[in-house]
Write a protein that binds this ligand. Structure first.
Ligand code: MD3
Ligand code: FE
Length: 216
């Protein structure tokens, strides 16, 4: 006989509303994880991960790159989206089809049909890296959702409301999780707590997050 230590826990639904307009699709990316990571190696070979400088002069602990027509960058002059990678001067690499298709499917599953992302910001966290509480509002079309895909090590995601001082909720995001942020949640403050040391079979000592956006 197998003792089921979780027998008294209800199974977690695959689609979890977490805030108004925001939906967690637990494990939604699991069946394509190897393809997503193969494309990650290709994207980062053309547009290397780098630690951007904030307008205030700090070096971000998260390493970033982009793919698709537009990419998010930061430097002493400010934050912006642009078509060229400042590191290479070239256009950002194309958005891999398997990435785009996953993001579009996830958005539709969450109730946002017709999502057409034109930017994908790729974040890479090593142990200790964090992303302080912030809003994403550099995108012109705030009616489109943002789709985020978590790969590799787990992280504690913090999210509040559009009011910075509202106490944030905490949510553990694991490999394969996809979150769709739309409606009133589109302007929620959010961040990632310092990544805890660990080893993931597919990514090693790192967490990768893909965020798909409609910018223009
Ligand atoms: C809620 N990335 O790239 S993903 C970011 O895990 C960013 O790397 C985090 O915040 C990460 O800007 C969080 C979840 C996420 C992304 C964008 C959002 C949640 C969001 C935009 C609006 C509201
Ligand atoms: Fe963000």
């Amino acid at each position: 006989m197998t003792a089921d230590l979780f027998a008294d826990q209800p199974p977690e639904p695959a689609t979890l509303p977490i805030a108004p307009g925001a939906v967690l699709l637990r494990g939604f990316a699991l069946d394509v994880d190897q393809a997503l990571l193969k494309a990650f190696a290709e994207v980062t070979a053309s547009a290397p991960l780098r630690h951007l400088i904030t307008p205030g002069g700090y070096t971000m602990s998260v390493a970033m790159t982009n793919c698709g027509p537009l990419g998010w960058v930061s430097d002493r002059r400010g934050y912006r989206y642009q078509a060229q990678d400042p590191l290479t001067g070239a256009s950002w690499p194309a958005m891999p089809a398997c990435w785009r298709e996953l993001a579009v499917r996830a958005a539709a599953e969450a109730g946002y049909g017709g999502f057409r992302p034109d930017a994908c910001l790729v974040n890479s966290y090593e142990p200790g890296a964090k992303l302080s509480l912030h809003q994403d509002k550099d995108e012109k079309d705030l009616s489109a959702p943002i789709v985020s895909v978590s790969l590799g090590l787990a992280a504690v995601f913090q999210f509040g409301t559009a009011v910075r001082s509202d106490r944030p909720q905490r949510l553990r995001l694991v490999h394969g999780d996809v979150v769709v942020w739309g409606g009133p949640s589109r302007l929620a403050f959010h961040g990632i707590a310092p990544l805890v040391d660990g080893e993931h079979a597919l990514t090693g000592q790192r967490r990768i997050n893909l965020t798909f956006r409609k910018v223009a």
